[in-house]
Design a protein around this ligand. Structure first.
Ligand SMILES: *Cc1c(COP(=O)(O)O)cnc(C)c1O
Length: 554
């Protein structure tokens, strides 16, 4: 199955093409679209496109456009400037779908390409499209039982399964809570950002007392006798925690970025000292300490066990942001890397990252099944007190039945199926790091603990000069390397075959500014060592163009 592609037509549409006198908005047509597709012929076409979407789209994109079709952002934005809604229908459904497949998809980003290794968004198993389609077709709203019934019951079951994966409580515990009306083991969210926000919301209310929800921060802090409330997370913390600080009224400058050690993990000595000092002044409340299981930039895992010891000993809420790394628990081989997570008060995980679910889905879990009582809201038309309505303890209101996707996927894959993907990611990342080390043009900056690594190009000549340079000279040389690596990342992205991302990392604790590094995330099972070697080859070619000759000023 292939999708035919007419490149001449791409982007040549203007508003004159839009008028289609045969299309009218009338009641008869309207009724039809709620019952079945326009007519038999159209129905066949729609089925044909569904086949293409399921089986042909990725093949087509991989073989014809690589990662994305080349077009400048300016050209692209100029095609989308019309701001009037057409009063009359412009297109039939089959033509709309055909346009999306032929004109829009090639200019989207083919995140399923094995050469797309720069971000945490990648290929998903093809059955996810079926499952997502079913969720859309059923259109359940799990805000309440009346609009979802069995889907709410399934959500509670899936939440219990993942809770058990994290916390490994006994069978009796899960029998008590799996379908309990009064308690909650967690919640589905739209993603890691909202999962972190929910965890911090619960932690804030737990610390300041339920009055904070009603009276606000000023009254609650006064009652508690504190002048400010903080969240502690390492410098590698995800910026969603800053948002949580802002939204929850702590102020995002009170989300304190703790130093990391040379492995990019929480510096435990500094954390201990910070907590001791904060407690000493008596004016600061510590809402939560956050450990990271799979940092967004480096994939590193904080010393969760030591952090749990510290927090539990002092009665501080310990949250683990496992948005990225959580599913590593499904791998027998690598689950021990997350040891300590089972002692967290709360854990966030993303569905649309390493559970390989389609956008957008996240989850948050609480060790204490009563913890979410802190954020219960009722209303008379939905979510009456005493009902099992999932909307009672949830940041979101209306929500799709994403639990059905995860539940089905766990059935299709089993934990072993997921483990194959997790293990492949981690082991391929390690092999990639070895390949980078072997090449004279590159150095690994942060080796992969999970399946994310950062590296940069350092031509041997610059490397030698770095070793002998004084601080001022090193600054100039590192500035040159930053430019070189930005150039490589940008040029490769624009060429459109491969994609790695870039960020700025301080490889040495305490050093200022940081260095530009290339970042790759290995999560696509189709990304092989051979693919990664090709990506490095291309980067070497691009880099050589930039460095020839190396400027005299260096
Ligand atoms: C991706 C990520 C988040 C945010 O999740 P979204 O789904 O993008 O909202 C939070 N924390 C970590 C560690 C992440 O990797």
């Amino acid at each position: 199955m292939t999708v035919t592609h007419n490149s001449k037509k791409v982007g040549q549409m203007n508003s004159n093409d839009r008028k289609n006198p045969s299309l009218i908005a009338d009641w008869k047509t309207l009724e039809r679209i709620f019952i079945r597709p326009e007519d038999e012929a159209c129905r066949k076409t729609l089925v044909k496109y569904m086949e293409q979407i399921l089986f042909g789209l990725h093949d087509f994109l991989n073989s014809n456009v690589g990662v994305t079709q080349e077009i400048s952002l300016l050209e692209l934005t100029n095609l989308y400037r019309d701001t009037l809604i057409s009063p009359d229908p412009e297109k039939k459904l089959e033509n709309v779908i055909s346009d999306i497949i032929h004109k829009i998809a090639p200019r989207a980003v083919n995140v399923a390409s094995p050469y797309f290794v720069g971000h945490m968004t990648a290929a998903i198993p093809f059955f996810m499209v079926h499952l997502k389609t079913i969720v859309a077709a059923l259109n359940q709203n799990v805000i309440k039982l009346e609009t979802s019934k069995v889907l709410s019951v399934i959500e509670k079951q899936v939440l219990a399964k993942i809770h058990r994966l994290i916390y490994r409580r006994d069978e009796a515990f899960y029998q008590t809570h799996v379908q309990s009306v009064d308690t909650s083991l967690g919640a589905f969210t739209t993603g890691g950002t909202t999962a972190n926000l929910m965890a911090m919301w619960v932690a804030r209310n737990h610390f300041l007392g339920a009055g904070v929800e009603q009276q606000g921060m000023a009254a609650a802090m006064q009652a508690k006798g504190v002048e400010r409330a903080v969240i502690l997370v390492s410098k590698r913390g995800h910026y969603s925690l800053k948002k949580a600080g802002g939204i929850l009224g702590l102020g995002n400058s009170n989300v304190l970025a703790m130093d990391v050690d040379q492995h990019q993990r929480m510096d435990m000595k500094k954390l201990e000292v910070t907590i001791r000092n904060l407690k000493k002044d008596g004016k600061t409340g510590i809402i939560a300490v956050v450990g990271i299981a799979g940092a967004t930039e480096t994939g590193t895992v904080d010393p969760l066990g030591e952090m749990a010891d510290l927090c539990l000993g002092q009665g501080i809420h310990f949250h683990v942001d496992a948005a990225w790394g959580g599913p590593v628990l499904l791998s027998e081989r690598y689950a021990p890397l997350l040891k300590g997570i089972e002692r967290a008060d709360s854990v966030s995980m993303d569905g649309h990252k390493q559970f390989y679910m389609p956008m957008t889905s996240g989850m948050v879990y609480f060790r204490d099944p009563g913890a979410m009582d802190q954020i219960a809201y009722y209303s008379n038309y939905v979510n009456r007190e005493g009902s099992v309505d999932l909307g009672i303890k949830s940041l979101e209101g209306s929500r799709e039945a994403n639990a059905l996707i995860l539940d089905s996927s766990l059935k299709i894959m089993g934990s072993r199926g997921y483990a194959l993907m997790i293990d492949h990611g981690i082991e391929t990342a390690k092999a990639f790091a070895a390949e980078i080390e072997q090449r004279v043009m590159f150095e690994v900056v942060t080796p992969p603990e999970l399946n994310i690594l950062t590296y940069r190009m350092v031509p041997p000549d610059v490397c030698r000069r770095l070793e002998h340079a004084d601080p001022k000279g090193r600054e100039i040389l590192n500035g040159y390397l930053d430019e070189l690596n930005i150039y490589i990342q940008r040029t490769q992205r624009e060429a459109g075959k491969s994609f790695v991302s870039r960020t700025r990392i301080c490889p040495v604790p305490g050093s200022e500014g940081g260095r530009v590094v290339l970042r790759s995330v290995i999560m696509n099972p189709m990304t092989t060592n051979a693919v990664l070697r090709e990506i490095l080859d291309e980067q070497e070619r691009i880099g050589q163009g930039f460095c020839d000759p190396i400027p005299q000023i260096l």
